[in-house]
Structures are given as structure tokens and as C-alpha cells.
Design a binder for this molecule. Structure first.
Ligand code: ZN
Length: 355
């Protein structure tokens, strides 16, 4: 198993044979032979490889039987095959850790993801998506308010959410896939929080709309509509904006963005979708935003990134209950042992344990 794991680790790090060889102080030929299991690296070499790849040596000995299928990317530009490989490798690697943790504490784990019963059977028009999103919010007991931590909520509902640093230089927002019976949603780690949340909700839209959408409707557009409706239910949007407007103040949109975690641009779409702004009024907003450069980059403080804590919390719980030892905990968290010990002593106060 060693060879394929070295290759996976190399792909995940985005290194060529030569890159890895150089960094680890061996020949590219040697790396190639390790990967094809023609020769076995010495334990000293293995340590160096681990260091270069940013993994613990245990990584090389873990079994990987994770198969990703039905992968659907949400991307802006074409993702190179190399970047796509990197992203998928990282997903596989993080998912392995999930499943490993899951095997240690099965009792507290949520059920596998399933859509709630009673969702509308068909979506014949974009407006029908409102009811679908509302129904899902009700089933998930989200009430009508803003959703505080979307990642943790989705995980509670049995979706595996993975934040990856490998987004091909922001070439993709996220993806949804199946892996070994699990539903996986992946989102780029580097995006601002409002963008991550929109992506998460968009991918959830793919799951919710699957098999329901009339063929005359565009699925991507439908998923965007779903995302807006899921993040800000119709009634709430109408309550805060009013039923009909001709101009929305940018400062007003900025405040709403921070209250609801939906971008300023997202709010304009939402207002247009709900008929609060008519087409001409919406166009005036787009023109204004384009002139200010706010279509690309919104003004003011960004909305904070999603900071999921469920995975790390369960690792510490497993540690506390002696279900795993310190080095396994460090491996699952993807941090060095010394760092884990510092965190256990509460020396490191950053609450953002890696997911
Ligand atoms: Zn999509």
C-alpha cells in the first residue's frame, strides 16, 4: 500500500516527481520506483518524504479505499487536471480521517444524510424553489433566522463537509460528490465566509433539487436560487427590505450581509428574485456595483469564514475518553504532536482547529 500512498501524498501536495525528489534529497527515479512499489524507501527516507509532504509517516501506511463518484464542481474557469487532482486527493485524505474518527466513536455520529420526507415532488418554476428551501429549513429546525454555523449544521445532518486549501488558485468554489455511501460537500478554505456559505447552500441545492427539477429549468440557476432562499427565507427578506423598492443603499446591504451571511450582490439577486426590485431597478444596482468594482470584491470587512468545530471537538472527546492516543489525535487533526500538546495545555488559544 506504501507506493500508492506516496503518490497520493505527492499529488495532494501538488508536487511533480522531480519536485519531491529534490526536496527529499533522492532521485526522481527512486520516487517513481517507490510509487510503483519496485523498491521500498528506507525509514529515514520515509521520514523525509513525510516532512516534505506535510504528513505524518502513519499516513503512508493507512489504507485508502475511498472512491469519489458523481463529482460535480462549481468552478469559474477551467480547473487544470493537476489542480483538480490536488483538490480531490485532499478531499480523499480528509475524508479518510473522518471515517477513521467515525470508526472510533460510532455512537455519537449522525445518521447518513437523507432528504427529509414531504419535500415538494416537482419544481416546475424557479419560484417553487422557495417552498422547497423553506421545507428543508423547517425539517432542519433552523427557524427563520440567519444560520450561524452552516458547516456544523450540515454535518449534524449527516453531510461530510470538507474545507480544502486546494482550490486551484480560487478556480473553483466547491463541489458535491458521493464517497463510499457518504454525501460530501467540499468548499474552498480561502474564500470569504459569505462566499463559502453561498457555495455550501448551492451544493445543498443540487442535492435537494436532484430529480425534482423540470427539464425546462437551468440547474445552476435553480441552485443559486435555492442558496438565496435557504440563507434568507422569502418572508424575512420581505420583512427587512419591504415589499417593493427602487434603490437599496449599499450600506444597508453591507449591514444585511453581516447579519445574514449573504453577500451584498446576493442580496440584490434575492431582491430581484422576489420582485422587491424590478428588472430595471436591479440593473441600476448592477451598474453601480460594476463601476465601484464591487461585483468582484465587495467593500468593507469581509464576512468571517466558516469555522467548523465538530470534527476537532470529537477528536478531543475521543482523546479524553481514551479511545485514541495523542499521536492518533495529532494525525487526525493534521498537526504535529508538539502542537497537539500545546493545544491540550491551552497554550494555543486559536479556536480554529483544522478541520
Ligand atoms: Zn452547481
Amino acid at each position: 500500500m506504501l507506493g500508492p500512498r506516496i503518490k497520493q501524498g505527492r499529488m495532494a501536495a501538488g508536487l511533480s516527481l522531480r519536485d519531491l525528489a529534490q526536496a527529499a534529497g533522492v532521485s526522481a527515479m527512486a520516487i517513481s520506483k517507490y510509487e510503483r512499489e519496485q523498491i521500498r524507501p528506507s525509514s529515514e527516507t520515509l521520514l523525509r518524504l513525510a516532512k516534505v509532504l506535510g504528513v505524518r509517516t502513519e499516513y503512508f501506511f493507512r489504507q485508502s479505499d475511498i472512491e469519489l463518484s458523481e463529482v460535480e464542481f462549481r468552478k469559474h474557469a477551467k480547473l487544470s487536471a493537476k489542480d483538480e487532482g490536488k483538490a480531490l486527493e485532499d478531499v480523499r485524505e480528509q475524508l479518510e480521517r473522518w471515517l477513521e474518527l467515525e470508526a472510533v466513536i460510532p455512537a455519537s455520529w449522525p445518521k447518513a444524510f437523507a432528504l427529509p420526507r414531504g419535500l415538494p415532488a416537482g419544481v416546475a418554476a424557479y419560484d417553487d424553489i422557495e417552498a422547497l428551501a423553506e421545507r428543508l429549513r423547517t425539517a432542519w429546525q433552523l427557524g427563520t433566522g440567519s444560520i450561524r454555523n452552516l458547516v456544523d449544521k450540515m454535518e449534524e445532518e449527516g453531510i461530510k463537509v470538507i474545507l480544502t486549501p486546494h482550490d486551484g488558485g480560487k478556480k473553483f468554489d466547491g463541489l458535491v460528490a458521493k464517497a463510499n455511501g457518504h454525501t460530501v460537500i467540499v468548499v474552498g478554505q480561502g474564500w470569504p465566509g459569505d462566499r463559502q456559505r453561498f457555495t455550501l447552500a448551492h451544493e445543498l441545492g443540487h442535492l435537494a433539487l436532484n430529480g425534482r427539477l423540470a427539464s425546462s429549468l437551468d440547474e445552476e440557476r435553480a441552485c443559486n436560487r435555492f442558496a438565496g432562499a435557504f440563507l434568507v427565507p422569502r418572508e424575512e427578506a420581505t420583512r427587512v427590505l419591504g415589499a417593493s423598492r427602487t434603490w437599496l443603499e449599499p450600506r444597508e446591504l453591507y449591514l444585511l450581509k453581516h447579519e445574514w451571511g449573504l453577500s451584498m450582490n446576493g442580496w440584490i439577486h434575492r431582491a430581484e428574485d422576489l420582485g422587491i426590485l424590478n428588472k430595471a431597478a436591479a440593473r441600476r444596482h448592477w451598474e453601480h456595483f460594476a463601476r465601484q468594482g464591487w461585483r468582484e470584491s465587495e467593500p468593507g470587512d469581509p464576512y468571517p469564514r466558516e469555522r467548523p468545530c465538530r470534527f476537532a471537538q470529537l477528536v478531543y472527546r475521543a482523546l479524553a475518553e481514551d479511545l485514541i492516543g495523542e499521536s492518533k489525535a495529532a494525525e487526525l487533526l493534521g498537526i504535529p504532536l508538539a502542537e497537539l500538546r500545546a493545544r491540550r495545555r491551552m497554550d494555543a488559544t486559536d479556536a480554529a482547529d483544522r478541520h
